[in-house]
Ligand binder design. Structure first.
Ligand SMILES: [Zn+2]
Length: 246
């Protein structure tokens, strides 16, 4: 292995690590896109329940009216029969008055039943439309969520592929160098641990590197770390990541 090979391998490893890192960040971010859909889904379900409640209220009132009409008609029948048994005139008139009242109440309820039937037709049509619209929107939400799931699965697959590649590559880096690299990465909260010179500055922290060290790096004779940020420095001309030349 040539003089630059170790660092070259380390740079390839770092490239993999940075990609793995950004995929991990995406794996955390992607599922968050689904939370707005969860909220929308809940709202749609609430809306549908509300619409159904309105429709059911009409049905309930219709049944109540029918029961009341039946009870009052039963009462009228009873009073009709009592009319034959009543002896006194004022009792007879009182019963007739009761019957008359009940009949008026029945006809009011019957009018209401007819009005409800008309309203029920409208409410049913509206409910059907609401159901269709809500259903279509839910399907669209499902479609978008499965796209998000697919995106997440793709990120996981890609990360696993890179991680499989990483193992053998890490084995090719000298243990001391690998440890140093790991230490710097940990202390920097991930991000690159090996950075190229940018002119005469460290591209990690942008501080000036002493001329002698720059010369040694350009000459490729020595390895150095930045005095300010502690990252390993290299001259980009000597190393091209993923390049084929050795
Ligand atoms: Zn630096």
């Amino acid at each position: 292995m040539g003089r630059y090979e170790f660092l070259k391998t380390l740079l390839r490893l770092q490239d993999l690590d940075l990609q793995i890192e950004s995929l991990k960040a995406r794996e955390l971010e992607i599922p968050k896109q689904k939370s707005k859909f969860d909220i929308r889904r809940k709202r749609l379900a609430e809306e549908l329940t509300e619409r159904e409640k309105g429709y059911k209220a009409f049905l309930f009132e219709q049944r109540e009216c029918e029961v009341e009409i039946e009870q009052k008609q039963g009462q009228i029948k009873k009073y009709d029969q009592q009319l034959y048994a009543v002896k006194k005139n004022d009792e007879y008139l009182a019963l007739l008055h009761e019957i008359d009242m009940l009949k008026k109440q029945v006809s009011l309820k019957e009018e209401r039943v007819i009005a409800i039937m008309v309203e029920l037709d409208d409410a049913k049509a509206r409910l059907e439309e609401d159901r269709k619209r809500i259903d279509a929107e839910l399907k669209e939400i499902d479609r978008q969520c499965s796209m998000i799931d697919a995106e997440l699965a793709e990120a996981v697959r890609e990360r696993q592929r890179l991680e499989a590649e990483r193992g053998p590559l890490a084995g090719q880096v000298k243990p001391e160098l690998l440890n140093k690299y790991k230490r710097i990465r940990t202390s920097k909260g991930n991000g690159p641990a090996v950075v190229p010179l940018n002119g005469e500055a460290c591209s990690g922290c942008h501080m000036r590197v002493p001329p002698q060290i720059v010369n040694e790096l350009l000459g490729g004779s020595q390895q150095h770390v930045c005095n300010y940020c502690g990252r390993m420095l290299y001259d980009a001309d000597h190393y091209s990541i993923g390049g084929t030349e050795a």
